[in-house]
Design a protein around this ligand. Structure first.
Ligand SMILES: C[S@@+](CC[C@H](N)C(=O)[O-])C[C@H]1O[C@@H](n2cnc3c(N)ncnc32)[C@H](O)[C@@H]1O
Length: 395
C-alpha cells in the first residue's frame, strides 16, 4: 500500500502554504442537506461555470451513495479502518456525508473556490479531513491501493478517471462513479460512443439500459486491466445521469470468471424482440437485427446488497421508493419493455402498467416495474406473450 500524501494542502484546516481563506464573494451558506451545511452560490441550474458546484436535485444520488457506502463497510468488516476519497468534491457535500464512516477522509477538487468552500464546510460541520487542490488523476495516483471507497463525480464522462481510480482502489473496496454523458451511450451520438467507450449503442425505447450496460462494461474492463474485479452492486439511471457503484476485489480468477458478463445485445426494430446474444436474424419475425455492444450482460443490481440498503435507509427519503424498484428488478436480466412501444407495435393503445403487470403475474411470469421509466416493465416473458396480454387487456 502506497503512503499518502505529497498533494496535501490543508490538514484539519491548518495552513500549509496557500492563502487559507480567500474571499468568499458569492459563496453563501444557503442550505443544509441531511443536517450538513453547504457553502455554494444559490443557483437554479448549476453547471460547469458555477463558482462552486452544488446541485440539490442530486439528493437521491447522494442518499443512495451514502447508504451503499454504509452497507459496504459493514459487509466488508471495515469499521475499524475505512479510508475514503471524494475526488471531485465541489462543495464537499458527498465527502461530508461519507465522513460519518471514514477513519481517514480526503476531499479533492481542482477548483480553488471549491477548495475554499470545502475547508469552510468541514470547519462548520466539525468534520476532520485532508483537503487537496489537484487534478483528480494526480490526486488519486498518489494513493496506490489505498482507498476503501472512492467517489468520482465529474462533469460529463468518468472515463478519463478510470485508470487512476482503479490504481487507488484498495484490494477490497467500493467505488461510485457518476456520468452525465448519457447522450453518447444511449445512442444519440454513436460515433462518440464508439470513440469514448469502444461500444456500439442503439437508440430505442430502452436506450438508457443499454447506456448503463455500456458504462458498466467500460468500468469493469478498466479495473480488469489491474487484475481487479468490479462487481456491480447498485447501478441506476435517473434523469440526465447514470450512477455505477460496485465492489472491487483484487483477484485474477474472479475477474476471469466475470468476463462472461461482457457480450452483445441483439434487437429487432420490427417486432421489438431482444436478447443478450449475437443473432443476425430475428427468431420471431425474420427481420435483420441491430446489435449493441460490447456491453455488460449480467445483473447491475445485487439484491442481497439492496435489501440491506433498504433496511438502512429511512423510509421517508424519496430515494427509498426508487431503491425498492431497483431491488425488485434486480433478478430480471432481459432489458425492460416500454408498454407504449409494445402497444403501438401491435396497433393498439397502451394498457395501464399496473394492469399489465398483474396480467403477466397471473400467467406466472416474473415481472416488475423498472426504475428506468414510468412506462417500463422488466420481465423474462416471451415477446409474443407480452403482446397477447396487451391484446386481451384491450379486447
Ligand atoms: C459535478 S461537480 C461535483 C459535485 C459533487 N460531487 C456533489 O455531489 O455536489 C464536478 C466537480 O469536479 C471538479 N473537477 C472537474 N474536473 C476536475 C479534475 N480534472 N480534477 C479534479 N476536480 C475536477 C469541478 O471543479 C467540480 O467541482
Amino acid at each position: 500500500m502506497q503512503r499518502p500524501s505529497p498533494g496535501l494542502l490543508y490538514k484539519s484546516f491548518e495552513f500549509y502554504g496557500l492563502p487559507l481563506i480567500r474571499s468568499l464573494t458569492g459563496t453563501s451558506l444557503f442550505m443544509e442537506e441531511r443536517g450538513l451545511k453547504v457553502f455554494a452560490p444559490e443557483e437554479e441550474e448549476p453547471d460547469k461555470e458555477s463558482e462552486v458546484f452544488f446541485n440539490e436535485k442530486m439528493l437521491n444520488n447522494r442518499d443512495l451513495s451514502q447508504i451503499a457506502v454504509k452497507v459496504f463497510r459493514k459487509r466488508a468488516g471495515l469499521e475499524e479502518e475505512f479510508r475514503v476519497a471524494d475526488a471531485m468534491a465541489a462543495s464537499g457535500i458527498r465527502g461530508f456525508r461519507y465522513g460519518e464512516y471514514a477513519t481517514d477522509l480526503h476531499l479533492n477538487d481542482v477548483n480553488p473556490e471549491a477548495v475554499e468552500a470545502i475547508v469552510k464546510g468541514l470547519d462548520e460541520n466539525g468534520i476532520d479531513a485532508t483537503v487537496h487542490e489537484e487534478d483528480a488523476n494526480v490526486f488519486l495516483s498518489e494513493f496506490g491501493n489505498y482507498f476503501h471507497f472512492i467517489d468520482v463525480d465529474p462533469f460529463g464522462s468518468f472515463t478519463k478517471f478510470l485508470d487512476s481510480t482503479a490504481r487507488a482502489a484498495n484490494h477490497t473496496s467500493f467505488v461510485g462513479l457518476t456520468s452525465t454523458d448519457n447522450a453518447a451511450p444511449a445512442g444519440s451520438y454513436p460515433t462518440v460512443c464508439e470513440r469514448r467507450y469502444g461500444s456500439k449503442p442503439i437508440k430505442n425505447d430502452f436506450m438508457h439500459e443499454i447506456g448503463l450496460r455500456i458504462y458498466l462494461k467500460e468500468v469493469f474492463q478498466n479495473f480488469a486491466r489491474f487484475d481487479k474485479c468490479f462487481d456491480p452492486k447498485v447501478c441506476f439511471h435517473e434523469r440526465h445521469y447514470t450512477r455505477i457503484m460496485g465492489r472491487v476485489t483484487e483477484s485474477k480468477k474472479r475477474t476471469n470468471k466475470a468476463l462472461e458478463n461482457v457480450g452483445y445485445l441483439s434487437y429487432c426494430g420490427n417486432c421489438l424482440w431482444r436478447k443478450f446474444e449475437r443473432v443476425k436474424e430475428c427468431p420471431e419475425c425474420g427481420e435483420e437485427t441491430q446489435e449493441a455492444g460490447p456491453l455488460w450482460t449480467g445483473k447491475f443490481v445485487d439484491q442481497r446488497f439492496t435489501s440491506e440498503m433498504l433496511e438502512d435507509m429511512p423510509e421517508e427519503w424519496e430515494a427509498y421508493e426508487f431503491l425498492e424498484k431497483l431491488d425488485a428488478e434486480a433478478e430480471i436480466i432481459t432489458p425492460y419493455y416500454d408498454i407504449h412501444a409494445l402497444a403501438s407495435n401491435i396497433g393498439t393503445s397502451s394498457p395501464k402498467r399496473k394492469e399489465f403487470i398483474e396480467a403477466l403475474r397471473e400467467k406466472g411470469y416474473p415481472v416488475e416495474r423498472t426504475h428506468f421509466s414510468p412506462t417500463g416493465v422488466k420481465t423474462d416473458a416471451p415477446i409474443q406473450d407480452l403482446k397477447d396480454v396487451i391484446r386481451d387487456l384491450k379486447a
